[in-house]
Write a new protein. Structure first.
Length: 82
């Protein structure tokens, strides 16, 4: 089971993906939602941010919510599809 949110800013479109693995365990990643360079670059930067948040103790389950809040507050980013 996956929970996916698509966010965009200009030409950059990314998918925040949280995948249910088994009871209590999730995996989180950011993927480019379109094949252009801006989307790939944004996905790479957000995956780096997710790594930093993991080191600070944010769990896989909560990364999607945390990054969604960051993007909601970032200038120009908006939720495209939930």
């Amino acid at each position: 089971m996956e929970h996916v949110e698509i966010w965009g800013k200009g030409e950059a479109h990314v998918r925040l993906v949280r995948t249910y693995v088994n009871p209590g365990n999730y995996e989180f990643c950011v993927r480019a939602a379109s094949p252009n360079a801006e989307s790939k670059s944004a996905a790479k930067e957000l995956n780096g941010m997710a790594q930093s948040l993991r080191r600070l103790g944010v769990t896989e389950r909560h990364l999607i919510v945390t990054l969604a809040h960051v993007l909601a507050d970032a200038k120009g980013w908006g939720l495209i599809d939930y």
